[in-house]
Design a protein around this ligand. Sequence first.
Ligand code: NAP
Length: 246
Amino acid sequence: MTGPVLILGGTGEARALARQLVDAGVAVVSSLAGRVRDPALPVGEVRIGGFGGVPGLTDWLTEHRPTAVVDATHPFAQQISRNAAAATTQAGVPLLALRRPQWQPETGDSWIDVPDIRAAATEVGRRSRRAFLTTGRQDVGAFAAQADTWFLIRVVDAPTADLPPHHELLRSRGPYDVAGERELIDRYGVDHLVTKNSGGSMTSAKLTAARDAGVPVIMVRRPALPDGVAAVDSVDAAVGWVAQLR
Ligand code: NAP
């Protein structure tokens, strides 16, 4: 193996992968979009900011000649995953997607499955008077026109998009626990939880709390990976994939 492994990051899995590869003596460059003001930084080399679309990422790959790219971005970060698929094909660099497993409904859950964030907003308007919105800062704008629903909006950084007229903004960062999530549901009289199917344990307590409280969940389905991209669902499997490139 000659060049570093480029990790497209912004997730806990990306940081764990950087840690394991560095510990195994593999050079990494982790790439962050630069959206969060105070990001948790991975070990090893880090670059921050967009590449400039497919042409910019292709140029970066051509210049730095990484051994491989691991797309460990968030399951809902669609654009960078599409760009990675196109640019690695053009530059002839192996690509792997690392995606944590999706959440699955359990006995007692009441999930309303929707294909995208717009459909989630429509369902909220149809069903909910007091919604707990946990879809992230970038998706809040989709709910701005929902004037008949009051929202508890939880975000890490303050959103810049228009917000629905009736809301309270709660700034916090996970991980969360079930008791705390249940307390929010009860205190604010939440009747629906809205979330993307991000998967992972950092933010899954809200699902248990909603189940216990009998609160239905409007669950936004994950977008598909670009065609032909190989994928694994654990950091260990990604480490194994990198090892077999040697
Ligand atoms: P996106 O819509 O897929 O990407 C938009 C643009 O942001 C990309 O075209 C790219 O700019 C830049 N970008 C995204 N990820 C990048 C990375 N890791 N390194 C360098 N540039 C990157 O992405 P997003 O949904 O805005 O998410 C941005 C970042 O936040 C991702 O890294 C993701 O892992 C993390 N994140 C996203 C979510 C979510 O719900 N979407 C949740 C938690 C964390 P150029 O075209 O200029 O290269």
